[in-house]
Design a protein. Sequence first.
Length: 269
Amino acid sequence: MSATYTTFTLGNTLTEEQKAFFEEHGYIHFSGFLSPEEVQEIVSASEDVQQRWIANKTEKVNGVPVKYGKDLDGQPIVQRFAFLNQHTRVLSDLLKDERMQALLQLIGPGARIGENEKDGMVLNHYVNGPESTFTKMGWHTDGLRDIFLGGKLNPMLNVGIHLSTLLPENGGLRIIPGTHRQGILSMLFRKKYFIGHKPDKNELAIIPKAGDLTVHDGRLWHRVAKSNVIGEASRRRVIYVPIIAGKYEPKHENSPTLLYQRLAGVILK
């Protein structure tokens, strides 16, 4: 990171400085949210869920497709978990952490953690190997989903809990700070959604250590860059949890699979 890159410490309430930083830039980075032991506990819990889903041939969770891939040894792995918080107590308990609740202040009254909405708690597991099919993600904004579904653009934040320590060559999250203040036309047409991967001159690389937490506004343009290294050094895991407002729309086991979710299976490679 450059000398000007700013990180903070997350407590049980946000400081005025932290709220002002987020309002200006559309993102914020908190160091040391989880200990190394807590990170390993979460990774182990996700691997337990993975074993169950593979054994049970789980295709969808609350209507959201499970994305499978191949590990470096050719064995099947889950590369995108949805609603993971509903399948392991370790992660359902994490959402009750007072520091997580403090993040609701970034939206204000009516904000909630979307543990049963959108895709719930998502864990993305990237690895760059010979049979990899999930190594990067093109430019997008998270707010497009509301527009796609013909609804109102409601406030939404994406909380990232990083389980891997990254270097710039490991790829990872790239954002364009300040684009959360853009107009609707720029939000729709500034980039080619999901198929555009070209670096932007104004983009900022988020290079976390394992256990860090980041938040970005759902209107912010961002992408996931592919790792420039291959093999075990390319492995990275990150959890995303939505903070939302507006109408309560929980998902359940009979929820339909939406069109954009079907398309994601083709685009997100």
